[in-house]
Design a protein around this ligand. Sequence first.
Ligand code: BTN
Length: 256
Amino acid sequence: MSRSYLSNIKTKYIGRYIDYYSCIDSTNIQMKRVGKNMPEGYTIVAEKQENGKGRLGRVWQSQSCDSIYMSILLKPDIHIAQVPIITLLCGLSVCKTIERVTGEEFGIKWPNDIVHRNKKLAGILCEGCMTGDKPEFVVVGLGLNVNNRIFSDEISSKACSLYTIQGKDYDKKDIICDILSDFEQYYEMFKKNAYSFLDEYKEKCVTLGREVSFQKNSLSLSGVAYDINCNGDLLVKTDGGNVTVSSGEVAVQGIY
Ligand code: BTN
């Protein structure tokens, strides 16, 4: 473990206190172990993960040192119902950083996959550690493919990296600094007005206006996603009426 990972960090508190691991089980799991006693903004970065976690209980492949694996600790004074909104906030913030750094356009597949031409560049796993109706803390875990040339057979048709998009390598530390700095700005905005970023999010959300299919109450449903409400839920127009989708997998036609 090293505590002097980023020398160029210019934030006030996000990523100011940072631990770097060459290998760890999962940066999210580690954050949940120590988060209670760490300050807001504390960040963990790992070169590799042995037990990387994806959304919906999936595995996040984390053997490659070419990707970024990191978790940020937040201690927001919010109701637990607002935690999903933080998830969207992170997706938007990372999307904006990557667009500025690369000059390319990216989209967000609801709730927070960063996509480029129907392939996934990054995923975010937000986990709240709850006490009563407020989160004691929230862990924002980000996996971002940076210099990856190849992917395993399982994901090669649906994953991309900055390298596969642009044919050049990036310094992961520079990208992490930019992500932390942009995220601090979005998070400060969120603290003043939790919903002010939603319109900007909707502009980037490639799920809106598309045919989607999903599971609700053990039923397989489909329809057109038409909006996102202030809880971060996806609103879908189906033949049987409008449905609110709050979690679970939503398959968007044409995107992996
Ligand atoms: C997804 O399923 O799209 C979310 C993937 C999140 C992966 C990141 S990698 C860093 C952090 N640690 C984990 O174990 N998962 C998240």
